[in-house]
Every structure is written in structure tokens, then in C-alpha cells.
Design a protein around this ligand. Structure first.
Ligand code: NI
Length: 196
């Protein structure tokens, strides 16, 4: 089932997510619905707060990036298979140089901005069977993870922009929260006035 994606301005996007365990009700169904929702919106990642649940769960399928001609064959191969469910993830270490990438977010349609993030991360997480994994990610795989990880910490990529950039996009963000935006997928807007 395709779930509505929560738009910028909804308080759930600002909550720090709670960890979950295997007793979380209907987790399998939730993950299946999140996958369907992500693919329907052509996203490469979707975090639980974006469908209204403040829990530490997100999905990534970065395979659409694998076709980018600028990537090395090695990075392209990593991205092709970078399709996972992350439960209770943690960033153990962030290292390397900060680099710029033009990010977007399904909760903030039509806004894309350059964001600086460190290039390499060491992560721990549980998969959908609650098996523990430790991994080192770099490049775009690390980038997508960092973006989704921010979601479960209540952080959005627009928080990371300069004061000037924030001022420039302020009106656009307000409009998104009011539903004055056209997205190709179902959304839920926090500030639509009743009766409209
Ligand atoms: Ni996002």
C-alpha cells in the first residue's frame, strides 16, 4: 500500500526516532509499504518519520545512481547492490573530507541544494531480521545513509544550508507545508486549512 509522504513542516519530521525491537507491530507490513511508497515516488531512500512514524527505521535503494557515468566501476557496483532496510542504525565514525552533493528530499519536493558531508562513515545497524551488521560506506552510499540517518534524528537537509540560502528558500518551504506544491506522489501536508 502506498502511504502518503509527510511534507515539510510536520512535527513528526522533527522528532528523534525511538529504537524498535522485533515485537514492533506489523513491522513486515510497514517495511513492504515503505518500499512501495519509496519506489512509487522514485526515491532512493525513505525514513519512517516521512510516513508519520518517529521510529529508527529507514530504507535505501541507491541502484538508480549506479548508471551515473561519472562514477568508477567500483562505486557503480557498490551502488547497484545498495538496497537495504536499516533498523536502529548508528554512525560510529565519520571521516575524510567534506564534499558537496546536490540533495533533494521526498518531504521537500522541488527543492534541491548543495550539502556538505564527510565522505566516509562506519555504521552499525540491524536488518529486517534484526541481525547486526557493521559496514564502512563512502561516496554516494555514505551520502544517502547520512541523509536518511538525519531523518531519524529529526534533521532535514535544509537545516544544513547557509543563513542566506535558508532565507532564499523560506517562502518555498512555507508553501510546501501549506500544500501549495505539485508532487507526482501522494503527500500529507501539515498546514492545510480546514474546509479547503
Ligand atoms: Ni529526505
Amino acid at each position: 500500500m502506498i502511504l502518503p509522504i509527510v511534507a515539510y513542516g510536520d512535527p513528526v519530521l522533527r522528532k528523534v526516532g525511538s529504537p524498535i525491537d522485533a515485537d514492533y507491530p506489523e513491522l513486515e507490513k510497514l517495511i513492504a509499504n515503505m518500499k512501495e511508497t519509496m519506489y512509487n515516488a522514485s526515491g532512493v531512500g525513505l525514513a519512517a518519520p516521512q510516513i508519520g512514524k518517529a521510529i529508527r527505521v529507514f530504507l535505501i535503494d541507491a541502484s538508480p545512481f549506479a548508471d551515473d557515468e561519472d562514477l568508477s566501476e567500483k562505486e557503480s557496483n557498490v551502488l547497484k547492490d545498495f538496497n537495504r532496510v536499516f533498523i536502529n542504525p548508528q554512525i560510529i565514525k565519520e571521516e575524510g573530507e567534506e564534499w558537496i552533493f546536490n540533495e533533494g528530499c521526498l518531504s521537500i519536493p522541488d527543492v534541491r541544494e548543495d550539502v556538505l558531508r564527510k565522505e566516509k562513515i562506519t555504521i552499525e545497524y540491524e536488518d529486517e531480521n534484526f541481525k547486526k551488521h557493521t559496514e564502512v560506506l563512502d561516496g554516494l552510499a555514505a551520502r544517502v545513509f547520512q541523509h536518511e540517518y538525519d531523518h531519524i534524528e529529526g534533521i532535514l537537509f535544509t537545516d544544513k544550508l547557509s543563513t542566506l540560502k535558508k532565507r532564499i528558500i523560506k517562502k518555498k518551504l512555507e508553501n510546501i507545508s501549506k500544500g501549495k506544491i505539485k508532487a507526482d506522489y501522494r503527500m500529507r501536508f501539515p498546514n492545510i486549512k480546514k474546509g479547503k
